[in-house]
Design a binder for this molecule. Sequence first.
Ligand code: SF4
Ligand code: SF4
Length: 82
Amino acid sequence: MVKTAALYITGDCINCDACREECPAGAVYPAAGTGKTINLKAGTLPADHYYIAADKCTGCEDVQGGPQCIGICPMDCIEYID
Ligand code: SF4
Ligand code: SF4
């Protein structure tokens, strides 16, 4: 069964790499390049900034203190998918 991403990164991302380094699941990836899009439950986002892979993000459910990416992001641009 494919897990559903719990979070996504908004267009306010500045590609600082902090969340990728912090993610215990290896679920964060750099910008995929121009033209590519990422499909999420919340919609389709342009991949001109970092993104969270839907099939890898666990939502940090087993990590004390909650999502590591949200905690480290300087732009407060990682949000829960409704
Ligand atoms: S919620 Fe946790 S597993 Fe998901 S992208 Fe953020 S740090 Fe990685
Ligand atoms: S920590 Fe925030 S600003 Fe930095 S790459 Fe991740 S989502 Fe983008």
